[in-house]
Design a binder for this molecule. Sequence first.
Ligand code: HEM
Length: 395
Amino acid sequence: MSSIASGEQKPAGRTQRLLDPILAWLEGRSGVVPAWNAFFARKVPVGVGWLYTLGFATMFAFILQAATGLFLAVYYSPSPDHAYQSIQFTMFEVPFGAVVRGIHHWTASGMVVLAVLHMVTVFMLGAYKYPREMTWMVGVGLLLVTLGFAFTGYLLPWDEKAYWATVVGTSIPGTLPFLGDLMLRVMRGGTELGALTLTRFYAFHIMLLPASLAGLLGVHLYLVVYHGISVPPWLWERIQSVQRVLTNRQADEQPPSQKEEYKQKYERFKERGKTFWPYIIAEDMIVAALVLIVVFTLVMAAGIPTEAPADPTNTAYVPRPEWYFMFLFQMLKYFPGELEWVGAAIIPAIGLALLLLLPLYDRSPWRSPRRRPIIMAGGLLAAIVVTFLTWAAYQ
Ligand code: HEM
């Protein structure tokens, strides 16, 4: 980093002498240096390590999806008559088309896995607690948008799997009392799945969802920078008990507010930490490179499952959604007939509300897992239920 940006007064080297006027010009025209200092030269508290790389890895997966999706959109035709053929053309006629589509296909699953792993880590570290409640809630929004990408993208190849999974997927909201019929029509663009459904899903997939994800991610990252990365609970709580003894306050002395106490303590951890650039980002980059290697290996080893073009008359086809929606699909089987909407809407809505509002009802100040037995047991139970339902769906 140049002396201008870092504010240090060292003898200038050759590269620095060249860089400084350019940076000074850029700074004068754009204020880039304070922005660099806020985002890249910011201090990250001591103790932050590999467990904290998953948010960046999820973001990397999104960038990969945006780049490969742009390429695929150049050749894709969103109409029932041409969608399947346009994808065949991309795969077999366009140079690197199969690889780019393979990356988009496998990173879609990868992004869901990474977002969930990132959320589980944040949950385990208790990083959703004061002052990061809003960061968590925006994160839940990001997870929903990620699932929206997966749901809308699944239809686009317009093969048997895509068609019949979407018939089932869109019929689920249709089971709701009062609003069901309207929701089904809005999603399908009519009562049946057809050309309007495809253009509608495509518009969501390439316009509304990317814009929503970019917006939410901007807010998420702003909050991450504004509050700073959380200190790992094992360090944060060890100091807490020592600090109580050391402060030795007089009985009549006013204790600092939660906010002040938190700030003073956090600053002390930050002073001993490293800067995001080049230290923390190096770990993030290594994990991002690993993600790329895993995706590339899957593309080469497993390819992309191909099916026949969608045939709306083939009612013998057994629909199956993508693996990460299987637990929801399985749950519907326990609520047959009139009760289907309970499994389709009420239980998922309760689950979502519990996830979204977690920082508001888990008010204990403790962050380490062993000091949060009830919340940890709740999280474990949710994981067991989802794993069991997914397993049962494949039996
Ligand atoms: C598209 C999905 C997401 C992306 C790209 C993303 C990105 C990031 C990044 C880059 C960070 C900073 C580094 C880190 O702590 O890992 C972060 C932190 C954070 N994220 Fe996410 N995130 C996503 C989804 C989520 C979800 C689903 C949740 C929870 C419901 C969540 C909650 C948080 C919280 C609370 C932090 C602060 C962690 C701390 O300070 O230790 N994020 N996220």
